[in-house]
Design a protein around this ligand. Structure first.
Ligand SMILES: Nc1ncnc2c1ncn2[C@@H]1O[C@H](COP(=O)(O)OP(=O)(O)OP(=O)(O)O)[C@@H](O)[C@H]1O
Ligand SMILES: [Mg+2]
Length: 236
């Protein structure tokens, strides 16, 4: 099993949304996925509940509660033994012992950041923390930023400046744009299942188009992550 941890010191950076988008794509690819919900608010458990109600879930995805070190270890063990291909670990904003455990028991670390000065500053601090943590354990785990919530329309001068500044660090090639389809994921379920429900209804074709655009972006991001994951596993 290969795993990716999504982390950021700042709350609301877009971790859970990125996890849901990537989980949707992996599920559509027919992969078995474990979602490790290392956030005591359990947003992924809530996602599964909402998706089950909307009939947009898939049995190929399991969700594991991990709000302390013991349950994290248990969740990881369960997922590894169940023959799951990928584990996506969602963490709570901030630093904690649990977050550090998620950051070292993984093959790839992704730090989402929106294009605001506050988000960027916090993303940089998170990046430094992760690198120091890995170095202190003599580990070399690939760590990259994910630029999140990029405006669909033209960027302002300051956003362009922020984007250039962030691009100095290792970043995922794909960026997630600010899309209603991503904002609504938590309530609606898996992207491809939502799309399948909408596409045959003539009234909902425009919404289906928006979901399809989000799916394309989520697919590109997932491909970036799988490539980075292979490289990270290879070097270790
Ligand atoms: N690409 C996006 N497009 C539109 N809305 C987004 C996008 N990414 C995140 N959001 C919205 O931003 C808010 C914060 O996102 P999310 O919950 O994913 O962040 P988080 O880092 O998991 O937060 P927390 O630290 O509280 O767990 C949510 O309302 C979510 O719907
Ligand atoms: Mg979250």
């Amino acid at each position: 099993m290969k795993s990716i941890t999504f982390a950021s010191f700042k709350g609301g950076a877009g971790k859970t949304t990125a996890v849901m988008a990537v989980a949707s794509v992996l599920s559509q690819m027919g992969k078995r996925v474990a979602l490790i919900d290392a956030d005591e608010n359990f947003p992924l458990l809530e996602w599964r509940e909402n998706a089950m109600k909307a009939d947009t879930w898939s049995d190929g995805i399991t969700v594991h509660e991990a709000d302390d070190l013991r349950s994290f270890e248990k969740a990881f063990e369960e997922a590894s033994q169940a023959g799951i291909s990928y584990a996506l670990i969602d963490t709570r904003g901030g630093g904690s012992e649990l977050n550090n455990a998620c950051l070292i028991n993984t093959d790839l670390v992704i730090i989402p950041s929106a294009l605001t000065t506050l988000d960027m500053t916090q993303a940089l601090t998170t990046f430094e923390h992760v690198i120091e943590l890995h170095q202190s354990m003599a580990m070399d785990i690939t760590t990259a930023l994910l630029i999140q919530r990029v405006p669909v329309r033209k960027l302002t001068v300051s956003q362009r400046h922020d984007l250039n500044a962030l691009s100095e660090l290792p970043c995922c090639e794909t960026r997630l744009h600010n899309r209603d389809a991503f904002a609504a994921l938590g309530k609606r379920g898996l992207l491809h299942r939502i799309h399948a429900q909408l596409k045959n209804d003539p009234v909902k074709r425009i919404s289906a188009g928006h979901i399809a655009a989000a799916m394309d972006e989520a697919r590109a991001l997932t491909n970036d992550l799988l490539e980075a994951l292979d490289e990270s596993v290879e070097k270790n």
